[in-house]
Design a protein around this ligand. Structure first.
Ligand SMILES: NC(=O)c1ccc[n+]([C@@H]2O[C@H](COP(=O)([O-])OP(=O)(O)OC[C@H]3O[C@@H](n4cnc5c(N)ncnc54)[C@H](O)[C@@H]3O)[C@@H](O)[C@H]2O)c1
Length: 402
């Protein structure tokens, strides 16, 4: 195959960001793909997106209104799936059964069972599933991972604290009326609130940095319950968490506390800090995308090491092979790198850096937060992966027949 013919499925917000990634690859001289298909059940969003593709790439992709139609068309080899979470498994399985490879936006399946169905469909069709998870791929996140895990600048990690408290009005018109929020605030469509949404990036980074998580203990709260008019479910009050408190125990003994709220009027707080035997590392961003904007160290003797010092040290120790592995064709944009990993894995029939199986381990930590909050006791992440603990997910599975 000379070029992978890609079909973008779900032409909303993040699909637009993927376009930027594909464009950055072309700009870097990498052209082993062509955007040949677009699929969205909403004709207006699809048409707007088609115009954007024409403007950015000079091509006119074929348009489809269902995953099944796109998979049967013969127009594409691979699908880039950017739908709401409830439709990840339905669209991915239709594509895989139609012989396409797929990249599914995080958090892959809406439940563990939905992810298992995607993995089974890939296996029976001998197709691959990449997960669109960009945060760890950017140069700043890679540099901070190197500082912590290879250069061991803050020694052995002991514990961390990640807290973010602010006020976010989910009753405001722009949240209630925009499609992207009409599904994000309803459990049956999204699977969970920001623990599961932005939290998917956070969990991926925590496992990337510190290894597997063994056990979680959590409480979740829903203080805001505005009425949502969902095109798929009708009128329902918001029912996902807007606040949570959780503790994580990693297999290697590291302990973390991850607590967040969007219903905290008054002073806003956003801190991500990681402590080791030799000092601490503080994240520079305000959101859950750990180290996406770099981080700064304070060593045990009080010495500061800023991100501006860390990045050149990281770059200097990369040999040519490692540089090409992490930043192929000189690309350092995280969204472009996730698109490249997908295309290259399709072309070379290799496992992508983040497969559906890999992401399940991270996503299961997010689901363990809900399962612990539902059961009122600590929950083993492996029990969530094995389906032994599923009371929180059961209604989602029942609703969608998973
Ligand atoms: N990586 C990131 O940083 C990041 C950021 C935002 C969103 N996301 C993820 O991207 C995905 C989509 O989020 P979004 O914000 O772009 O959503 P969105 O609401 O903006 O877009 C979703 C699109 O999917 C379409 N759609 C819904 N069901 C469909 C179906 N069955 N078949 C075809 N099209 C369908 C909708 O019409 C809509 O145009 C989610 O998985 C989300 O978690 C990732």
């Amino acid at each position: 195959m000379e070029k992978v013919r890609i079909g973008i499925l779900g032409t909303g917000g993040i699909a637009g960001a993927h376009l930027g990634g594909y464009r950055a690859l072309l700009d870097a001289g990498y052209d082993r793909f062509v955007l040949n298909g677009l699929c969205d059940k909403n004709a207006a969003r699809r048409a707007t997106f088609a115009a954007k593709v024409k403007e950015m790439f000079g091509v006119t992709p074929q348009e489809f209104d269902s995953a099944e139609a796109m998979a049967a068309s013969g127009a594409v080899d691979a699908a880039d799936i950017c739908t709401p979470h409830a439709f990840h498994h339905t669209t991915a399985i239709a594509c895989l059964d139609g012989g396409l490879d797929v990249m599914v936006e995080k958090p892959c399946g809406i439940t563990v069972k939905a992810s298992d169905l995607i993995i089974a469909a890939a296996s029976r069709n001998q197709r691959l599933v990449a997960v669109a998870e960009q945060v760890r791929r950017g140069v700043k996140a890679r540099a901070m991972n190197w500082a912590v895990n290879q250069a061991r600048m803050i020694g052995d990690i002991r514990f961390w604290s990640v807290v973010g408290f602010s006020s976010w009005d989910f009753a405001a018109e722009n949240y209630r009326d925009a499609y992207a929020w009409q599904w994000r605030l309803l459990k049956l469509l999204t699977g969970g609130g920001m623990v599961f949404d932005a939290g998917a990036h956070f969990a991926d980074m925590m496992l990337y940095l510190f290894g597997p998580v063994e056990e979680v203990y959590a409480r979740t709260m829903t203080y805001q319950q505005p009425l949502i008019q969902s095109p798929e479910l009708g009128a329902r009050p918001m029912d996902v968490e807007d606040t949570w408190v959780s503790t994580w125990k990693f297999a290697n003994g590291i302990v973390g506390q991850y607590s967040w709220s969007f219903s905290a009027p008054g002073e806003a707080v956003a801190t991500q800090i990681f402590y080791g035997t030799g000092g601490s590392a503080r994240d520079r961003g305000g959101w859950m995308h750990t180290f996406q904007n770099g981080g700064d160290l304070t060593l045990a003797d009080g010495t500061r090491r800023s991100y501006e010092e860390i990045e050149p040290m990281f770059r200097a120790q990369l040999d040519a092979t490692e540089r090409e592995r992490l930043f192929p064709h000189g690309v350092e944009n995280d969204m472009a790198l996730e698109c490249w990993d997908f295309i290259d894995s399709v072309l070379n029939r290799r496992r992508p850096e983040i497969s559906a199986e890999d992401t399940l381990r991270a996503k299961a930590v997010c689901l363990a937060i809900y399962e612990s909050a539902t059961a009122g006791v600590p929950v083993k992440v492996q029990d969530v992966i094995d389906g032994k603990v599923s009371a929180y997910q059961d209604p989602i599975n029942q609703h969608w027949g998973i």
